[in-house]
Design a protein around this ligand. Structure first.
Ligand code: HEC
Ligand code: HEC
Length: 392
């Protein structure tokens, strides 16, 4: 018996050796050994690059949402740029400082800290959504139908937006030529630029394009809500999304309350928001320090209005609203239930006979809405290593 055992073990070891050397024969190096050695000194990147394919489920596609094409090598480079603190004036802040993966790429404080301990003027926006970045409608990539960026809708594209963050004095406080110089001076960027662009010539546009590719890949479309919506075959008019077989009765009650009170702005299928901006009645009078979209357009009807944000991953992204005024979802629900203020631009969806709505929700209803909002968390986006910090 013992003999056979040994023979088998030997045979096994031999087979493994054969298998290994076979593998070595065909081993494919994406980066040259020198490139990979340089990269490995600073970064934990796999020797075969991660794929960044965004693959929408049917309920999003059939509503006309298309994933944006993401170029893999630009996204790989964009990931490194996103986590690199050398792209900031004092060398301490990266995009990821205020957009944390485990928080749906948002932050857990009302105002984040930028360079030199400066505070941002508004609450960080969670990037792990679907409508803001990953998706577009029809062929209209950045046209009038595209969702604009920032609470005041001031940036039109993700590239324009990244420049805004890099140069914002409260965030990273750089000039784009300083960004280019910072990138040029780090040895790990040369191999990544060669893969992404064919040569390692660093320009501001290439930096922005790469960051956009990474951010565009952050689509969040694998929540429990998506699993359930995906079970409904074909395209159903969204208002039929009111009863999911995999939801318990509390979650379904929350889904129904959501569809009748919230979906007209925040989207019945968690696709793009139905309006670009609105006042949801946080204040009766416009905050003179923050006119919102009105400061950008100069229209009085836009004063006190802000971007309608995604509710995807909302359980991860407290505190809430553009100024982070609500600490919990309970406070948000109580606000919509009984606290809406009569701002002149308060959206009509939140008025009943001209006055701010009072939903009069029972305690059970409030808990049901929260249970529903919890089904919007996408654990893939939150934990996928290819979106994590690559630095050693
Ligand atoms: C110091 C914190 C901080 C840093 C650093 C930072 N951001 Fe932000 N980010 C914010 C805040 C705050 C907002 C909302 C600002 C506003 O709307 O006026 C925001 C908004 C955004 C938005 C808009 C999202 C939307 O749905 O409209 C994107 C995209 C974004 N940031 C990406 C980035 C990228 C990429 C970087 C790095 C180049 C970066 N951010 C660096 C705090 C930060
Ligand atoms: C008239 C359109 C409208 C309706 C209806 C509406 N909202 Fe909102 N919602 C907004 C706007 C606009 C904001 C951002 C306001 C701001 O920060 O100034 C917002 C913000 C939020 C936020 C905070 C998001 C974040 O990232 O900070 C939550 C949560 C939310 N809404 C949930 C709901 C729920 C739940 C309902 C239904 C009970 C609802 N909303 C109904 C327009 C609407």
């Amino acid at each position: 018996m013992k003999k056979i055992g040994t023979t088998l073990t030997l045979f096994g070891a031999l087979m493994m050796l054969v298998a290994c050397s076979k593998k070595a024969d065909f081993d494919y190096h994406y980066y040259s050994p020198e490139e990979f050695a340089t990269l490995s000194q600073y970064l934990n990147l796999p020797d075969l690059p991660d794929e960044y394919i965004v693959n929408f489920p049917a309920h999003l596609r059939s509503a006309g949402l298309f994933p944006r094409p993401v170029e893999r090598d630009k996204a790989v480079l964009g990931r490194v740029l996103f986590y690199d603190t050398k792209l900031s004036k004092d060398g301490t802040i990266a995009c990821a400082s205020c957009h944390k993966q485990e928080l749906g790429f948002g932050d857990d404080v009302a105002f984040s800290k930028g360079v030199y301990d400066r505070s941002t003027a508004r609450n960080s926006i969670a990037l792990s959504s679907v409508s803001n970045f990953s998706a577009y409608y029809g062929t209209d990539l950045n046209g009038s139908q595209a969702i604009r960026f920032f609470w005041d809708n001031r940036a039109e594209t993700a590239a324009e937006q990244s420049q805004g963050s890099l140069t914002n004095e409260r965030e990273m406080d750089m000039h784009m030529d300083e960004v280019v110089a910072a990138v040029q001076s780090q040895p790990y960027y040369s191999p990544l630029f060669k893969k992404a662009f064919g040569d390692d010539y660093v320009t501001a546009d290439r930096v922005k394009e790469s960051i956009s590719n990474f951010v565009n890949a952050m689509g969040s479309y694998q929540s429990k809500f998506d699993d359930e919506a995906g079970k409904i075959s074909g395209y159903n008019f969204p208002s039929t999304y009111t009863n999911f077989s995999g939801f318990n009765s509390q979650q379904n009650r929350g889904l129904q309350l959501y569809q009748s009170n919230c979906a007209s702005c925040h989207s019945p299928i968690m696709g793009r928001p139905m309006l670009f901006n609105a006042s949801n009645g946080l204040n009766a009078v416009t905050d003179p320090n923050d006119l919102g979209v009105g400061a950008i357009t100069g229209n009085s009807q836009d004063e006190g209005t802000f971007k309608v944000p995604t509710l995807r991953n909302i359980a991860l992204t407290a505190p809430y609203m553009h100024d982070g005024r609500f600490k919990t979802l309970e406070e948000v629900i109580e606000f919509y239930n009984s606290g809406i203020q009569d701002h002149p631009n308060l959206h009509e969806f939140l008025r009943v006979n001209g006055t701010p709505q009072r939903l009069n929700l029972s305690n059970d209803d409030k808990q049901a809405l929260i249970a529903f909002l919890n089904t919007l968390t996408d654990d893939h986006a939150r934990t996928d290593p290819k979106f994590s910090n690559p630095f050693k």
